[in-house]
Design a protein around this ligand. Sequence first.
Ligand code: UTP
Length: 278
Amino acid sequence: MIKKCLFPAAGYGTRFLPATKSMPKEMMPIVSKPLIEYGVEEALEAGMSDICIVTGRGKRALEDHFDVNYELEQQISGTSKEGLLDNIRQLIDQCTFSYTRQHEMKGLGHAIQTGKALVGDQPFGVVLADDLCINTEGHGVLSQMAQLYKQFRCSIIAVQEVPEDEVHKYGVIAGQAISDDIVRVEHMVEKPSKENAPSNLAIIGRYILTPDVFDLIADTEPGKGGEIQITDALMKQAQRGCVLAYKFKGKRFDCGSIDGFIEATNYCYDRQCIEQSV
Ligand code: UTP
């Protein structure tokens, strides 16, 4: 039902310098698959086959990845390596990809606003590809959220309990529990100190947003860090209507940090090394 999924991928990825000096952070591989490919797989599994990517300078490798490479494919055709491209070929066949550029990196809210030209006036998914979500039971996180959207028809954000001394890295929510895994959002604070955090429920990089969010972002002043924060716009949406926070099922790795990236690599290598080897 939700067809479009937006991938804000214009950030500089400074925590991975020098690797990200000329390579998009989203192209960093977990074992042999780039982060963004895991994200697109998750979107497709949720039925979102229109992939909208917000890019920036130095991000052309993203477009090349979701395109055919005739020379290479010809070269490995008929060899044992041909199968290594099966997954990406399937994604290319089953999805459409469109791109727009964020000219100035003014924050995640601004990146999402930039995607309006691609998304239009319909509900859409958002995937931050540097949050890698591995589906451990049944469906992927975005698919779980799409199911909830069918029921509630409002914006939904994925949250996870984090240790108190890590809340300062996240947007943090609090509100009224509707069930064991759904909270109606009443408070939302971007990167609070431990003392000011309303809970330990941290927002991770998966959202389903209703399109009224675009006007709310347009009216949002720069917040924490001088950036236009999606959390500030979502707080307005929560006050005017309804935003739900969903404690998803599955495993999530913060691959925007070195520690999370290494942890994800070890986890995926242990699970997938046999399939990956040629
Ligand atoms: P991060 O906060 O991880 O920033 O962005 P970053 O620039 O990618 O990485 P560091 O902190 O410098 O290492 C979260 C997500 O929002 C996107 C990023 O690409 C990432 O997917 N983003 C952020 C944008 O697309 N544009 C922005 O202006 C900021």
